[in-house]
Design a protein around this ligand. Sequence first.
Ligand code: GLN
Ligand code: ZN
Length: 757
Amino acid sequence: MKTFVTGFPRIGEQRELKFALEKYWKGEVPFSEVEEVAETLKKRHWKYQKDANIDAISINDFSLYDTTLDTMIALGLEPQSHQDIDDDTERYFAIARGDKEHRALEMTKWFNTNYHYIVPVLDETTDKPVNIDKIKAEYQAAKAEGITPKINLIGPLTFIANAKNSQGEDAPFDAYEKVMQKYEALLELIAKLDEKIIVQFDEPVLVTDKAAELAMLTKDAYTRLSNAAANAEIYVITYFDHATEAVKALCTTPVVGIGLDFVYGAENKEVVKDIADAGKKLVAGVIDGRNVWISDIYAKVSLLEEIAKDIDKEDIIVSTSCSLLHVPFTLKYEEKLDSEVKSWLAYAVEKLGELNLTAKCFFGETLNTEEQALLEANRQANQSRRNSQKIHNPDVQARMETIASLQKKRIPFEERIVKQHAKFNYPPLATTTIGSFPQTAQVRQTRRAFKNGEIDEATYIEKMKAFTKECVAWQDEIGLEVLVHGEFERNDMVEYFGEQLDGVAFSQNGWVQSYGSRCVKPPLIYGDVSRPSPMTLFWSTYAQSLTDKPMKGMLTGAVTILNWSFVRDDQPRSQTCYQISFAIRDEIDDLQNAGIEMIQVDEAAFKEGYPLRKEKRPAYEDFALKSFWVSTNVAKETTQIHTHMCYSEFNDIIQTIEAMDADVISIETARSGNVLLKVFARTGYKHEIGPGVYDIHSPRIPSVEEMVEQIEALLEVLPARQLWINPDCGLKTRGWAEVKPSLENMVKAVKIVRESL
Ligand code: GLN
Ligand code: ZN
């Protein structure tokens, strides 16, 4: 075995699975149609890998919704709450998505990716016999295609670490014994599938800070699993960071191979020798499974040579750094991308070719003519990437030279805020919103018509002005104190800015599964980023011209743009982040000079970018913070900077939030009452805060009374002077029928509370 692919995307190169599932859910087609599509896709994906000479091709990496859910089914650990549904298919999708009588299980992010898995609740599961049906069917289908399948399973440690119990506690390792017995039983069945079996256990939890404390269980689990299936070659695969602690434990077990990520865990080089000494195979993840840029084949071969100093070449299997689930399918359908930019890209299918070439060069095999041509194309593309003017912009680089002088806070908050109060004179408990207003069918249709050339720019602007005008007038009328323009011109908070920045491209078909049938198409930040012209000035100044109240400018922060994009890998992420922060800085300056003097810089994805390893967090926080300062310290002392973050786990980053030094932060708290605010109070947070007083994710209209209560609860924690009152996120997913009464009630609630102050 020389080449190994951790896993392959499953949604289909034209999102075939998505469309089949969605039709089935709408009742338009029978389930058999989904199954047919699934069979076609599996075969196609195996063939892609087989054609690229991949030796270890996965089965069971395919899923109709999510592989953690599939694991629950295979282990017989299904949620009890859904057992009244007899039909297996209906039950499966009811667990995943909910139905009229059942709620869906919670979903959460798969480590630091944008893939979301379904969270098992381990003290509320069935104790059904293990179920090998899906694995067996895929195994046999793959064999019929002439493939020696590798069976992918989520490893028991990761499965438990990603679960919770009904009290909401994470990683309920008290369920370890129960879960392990299921895994053993499953492996016993798997062992019967064939004379010799290859099994891959995915254990990304072993790259997190939990790895050290899991050492004993790691040893126990993989000793037991090896014993449960004597004819199985077991590979334990880790990814997304280094697994140095776990390697030591794994080396004491009978597993055949250990997978390490050498793209995101360079530290892994230190433990190669341990693997060699233990006589294990090393699955060396060198082809980036998470990003879309071409590999430099020569550099990858050198990396492998370096690794091979500590282990025999014959014991190395060349692999992707992680499953290719996190990259789009194939460049085949990218017809509009600039051809030079396209030559720098490799999606999943192209990565298979890179893997094959890298392995062949590393093992000294002769290349056929086609492979020789590919290698030459790779060399040229890398050269153009190093030199192209599309990537390297001297103006941006010159400006980057000045960055150090800008990596600092504004004058002290205490001094600014006094001047801001004097200038804006807003009352305690000032009311505002987070930015967007309902994206009605009309709004979306107008944007689409303009994009497709069905209406001209003048017509488009006129229509968008009408939406904005109506929205501003209504906010004014109900008595909100700080208004917003409504963001009608924006499709998405990152895409809107990405489309206006140089150095950023958009693919046509670069879809990546986010959860279930949902896919996202992240922008491609391929080169030095700059802002050729103002991005929001037109709409903000137009909106300000309609009212005497302060109009809040609305920007997406650099860190969020970075974290929701595919970011170039030929310079540190921090550099790219700083380049974006310059663009935001210039926008803030343009806005304040045009009279927009409250400006919100949204950092919805600030927390998402945190590295998995504690040791790497300070470096991230350092550039994330400084980028925010670079963007915002252009603001005059009387320009008020707001920020917004929409998640509620602040406990571990509260110091960093404070250090961002935004004058006002609005946060999601509606579902947790005043609990979160207490965290801010405890740390002596001085800046102003707008804790969301109602949950915009629900269609429910909150009453005046309940918001009065909510505000009073907030006042128990922080003084009115420090508090703003707003919903907990943007309103774009809601309809006006919900938004109008909700905000009217919010304003009324504030009036009532203010009277009693
Ligand atoms: N200003 C954005 C909006 O209101 C913020 C979105 C977000 O936080 N996700 O939609
Ligand atoms: Zn939000």
